[in-house]
Design a protein around this ligand. Structure first.
Ligand SMILES: O=P(O)(O)O[C@@H]1C[C@H](O)[C@@H](CO)O1
Ligand SMILES: Nc1nc2[nH]cnc2c(=O)[nH]1
Length: 293
């Protein structure tokens, strides 16, 4: 029923990739960061970097999208050991959803306890402006409605249970921390919280689709993150995620606006410093079980 390509990687495959990475560096990351489109600059803040190109990592998919460099960066943020994906994988690149989410299981096996995910998204909420940062409080998994869930297929209990809960997917303490840190940095005017809806892409939405998604309760729409969140939660990591609203979803037939990737990358560049400061400040204040000092 599940062809090999769609069944993803076994526990042993994931272990082999994690062990390969662990053998190359003495750094033991507690925080895993995923950079969305045009947000790869987040990795620049890491000190004492050890960098791997995805193409050199056993079992790792390759990045094919402009704005996703395809590098895995180990390093420290104010002394805290981190790992950062400078570029992620998407359904529309042709990868099975199980392959897109492989890095989350690698994070877990490397010892990561907290995952921070970022993405670029279109704003559906009419109060949102381009450049707003939306703390994700919940998601709508559209591909999941059609059975395209990263946990479909045989379940390996060494990662997690067959039927994981998702009503607590987004850690509430971390959401509060983001609000607090954002307020301290003076970002409150452009910080929001809302519901992110994932679609398969790569085509952007029609006007009718945007209207429908908004009616369904989505504040922002994108093509990523949710699959990673599901896998990260399945294996017990804490999750925080945020969207940079890079463009307004087109909701009106009189509008001349057209969603495009160039605008997405441009907005990412404009907000990258603030996102970097927000993530750095959060990372330094997240408490972990392990004493890394
Ligand atoms: O990786 P993310 O979700 O940030 O990338 C978004 C969705 C598409 O890959 C791309 C569209 O511009 O940006
Ligand atoms: N699906 C989708 N993904 C995006 N990523 C950045 N902007 C958008 C958008 O408007 N729609």
């Amino acid at each position: 029923m599940f062809p090999k390509a769609a069944a993803g990687y076994s526990y042993e495959d994931c272990r082999a990739t994690a062990d390969w990475l662990l053998a190359q560096t003495s750094l033991r990351p507690l925080v895993g960061i995923v950079c969305g489109s045009g947000l790869g600059g987040l990795a620049e803040a890491l000190k004492d970097q050890v960098v791997f190109n995805y193409k050199d990592i056993p079992n790792f998919p390759h990045s094919t999208v402009n704005g996703h460099a395809g590098r895995l960066v180990f390093g420290t943020l104010k002394g805290k050991p981190c790992i950062c994906m400078q570029g992620r994988f998407h359904l529309y690149e042709g990868y099975p959803v199980q392959k897109i989410t492989l890095p989350m299981r690698i994070f877990k096996l490397l010892g990561v306890e907290t995952v921070i995910l970022t993405n670029a998204a279109g704003g559906l909420n009419q109060d949102y402006k381009v450049g707003d940062i939306m703390i994700i409080k919940d998601h709508i998994n559209m591909p999941g409605f059609a059975g395209n869930n990263p946990l479909a297929g045989p379940n390996d209990e060494r990662f997690g249970v067959r039927f994981p809960c998702m009503s607590d997917a987004y850690d509430r303490e971390l959401q509060q921390l983001a609000q607090d840190v954002g307020a301290e940095l003076g970002y409150s005017d452009f910080m929001r919280e809302g519901v992110y809806c994932v679609l398969g892409g790569p085509s952007f939405e029609t006007i009718a689709e945007c209207r429908m998604l908004h009616k369904l309760g989505a504040d922002a729409v994108g093509m990523s993150t949710v699959h990673e969140v599901i896998v990260a939660r399945h294996c017990g990591m804490r999750v925080f995620a945020m969207s940079l609203i890079t463009n307004q979803a087109v909701m009106d037939y009189d509008s001349e606006e057209k969603a495009n990737h160039e605008e997405v990358l441009q907005t990412g560049e404009q907000r990258s410093k603030q996102l970097e400061r927000l993530v750095s400040a959060m990372v330094t204040r997240i408490e972990h079980n392990t004493n890394y000092a």
